[in-house]
Design a protein around this ligand. Structure first.
Ligand code: DX5
Ligand code: ZN
Length: 227
């Protein structure tokens, strides 16, 4: 499965509902919302109230990426706000298994995000609990950074590991994705492309998303043919 998830972090913060509507028009599969608390990462973005209001504006699934310390305190708020996919950082949680269960018990998709320097091996005891993993390919906290090449190897190894264990977790990749590296990342094993500045800083975000979606569809057709 190959999906496009635009991140509204690079959109105009005074017009976020419009950014979500643009994602719908561009054929996005879900919209990615980055929650930053000023502690786990230096920036502050928004909280659960914004997720709840955007939830009313779109039928697209909302994928919330918590870049916060003590995610256990915030997870219930974001579940209540209507996050369909909810991830937190493995580096930030003291009780990873319990926090994942809280998300799964609410019937939502549970994910873990990993910073560029965090080894995928840390996932070993919870790999079968996960609906998705976010491999950060930039250091979290800002949009518009350059893709860190060394992270390619993590995507590839995680993809092989999941295949060997026949586990269903999807691999989301977050940071520095553009039209020109999208296909290569799908090739490595990425399932969900999280794209911020390449979409929302473009002159025509809808056209960029449509091009990205076309590339994702080529990959989807390729697997449909091999089945
Ligand atoms: C960064 C966020 C990303 C961000 C990616 O900390 O997690 O979701 O929006 O932005 P780009 O695509 O511009 O690297
Ligand atoms: Zn993100």
């Amino acid at each position: 499965m190959y999906l496009i998830a635009p991140s509204i972090l690079s959109a105009d913060f005074s017009r976020l509902a419009e950014a979500v509507i643009l994602a719908e028009k561009g054929g996005a599969d879900m919209v990615h919302l980055d929650v930053m608390d000023g502690h786990f990462v230096p920036n502050i973005t928004f909280g659960h109230q914004l997720v709840a209001s955007l939830r009313e504006k779109t039928r697209l699934p909302i994928n919330v990426h918590l870049m916060v310390d003590n995610p256990d305190k915030m997870i219930p708020l974001f579940l209540e706000a209507g996050a369909d996919w909810l991830s937190f950082h493995i580096e930030a949680s003291h009780h990873v298994h319990r926090d994942l269960q809280t998300i799964k018990e609410a019937g939502r998709k549970a994910g873990l995000a990993l910073n560029p320097a965090t080894p995928i091996e840390l996932l070993s005891e919870v790999l079968d609990e996960l609906d998705f993993v976010i491999i950060m390919t930039v250091n979290p906290g800002w949009g518009g950074q350059k893709f860190i090449p060394a992270t390619r190897n993590k995507i590839q190894r995680l993809s092989q590991w999941l295949a060997e264990k026949k586990l269903p977790a999807l691999i989301a990749v977050d940071g520095g994705i553009k039209l020109d590296n999208l296909a290569a990342l799908f090739e490595l094993g990425m399932n969900i492309a999280i794209c911020g500045s390449s979409v929302y800083s473009a002159d025509d975000p809808i056209s960029v998303m449509k091009k990205m979606k076309a590339i994702a569809n080529e990959f989807n057709q390729k697997i449909a043919r091999t089945k």
